[in-house]
Design a binder for this molecule. Structure first.
Ligand code: ZN
Length: 133
């Protein structure tokens, strides 16, 4: 497994940042024709997901929906005051897998890979691993 790390700067407290092109570049640079690409975010208040990249309102709706599910203020004990960010990151998850077929990411027509920021703005690390032959 070949792992590379990229850095993503986020611009607001909550934001979905598309990283599909970085994922595609790592797959292309790896020379792998058939395999898997794993995307991992080593943070506790940011996650990763795959969702629609055609209509930017979908990203907005995801953030709005998560805010409904996880209020900013609540019965939280974590002293940092960012418990909602930890919960939202856990809901979205910290890794995603993209199949590699014929040297390309096998994403659906409307799919993109997104870093999910919940406690920004800050710089985030994303690990992209490619496995295959
Ligand atoms: Zn915290």
């Amino acid at each position: 497994m070949r792992w590379r790390e990229i850095e993503v700067s986020t611009g607001s407290r909550e934001q979905l940042v598309e990283i599909t092109s970085a994922v595609a570049s790592e797959i292309g640079n790896s020379g792998v024709e058939n395999g898997t690409c794993h995307v991992y975010v080593p943070h506790t208040t940011a996650g990763v997901t795959i969702h629609e990249n055609a209509d930017p309102d979908v990203a907005r709706d995801i953030l709005t929906g998560l805010a409904r599910l996880v209020p900013a203020e609540g019965d939280y004990r974590h002293a940092e005051g960012n418990s909602d960010a930890h919960l939202k990151a856990s809901i979205m998850g910290f890794s995603a897998m993209v199949p590699i077929i014929d040297g390309l990411p096998a994403l659906g027509t409307w799919q993109g890979v997104y870093l999910c920021e919940f406690d920004g703005p800050r710089r985030r690390r994303v690990l992209i691993g490619v496995l295959g032959s």
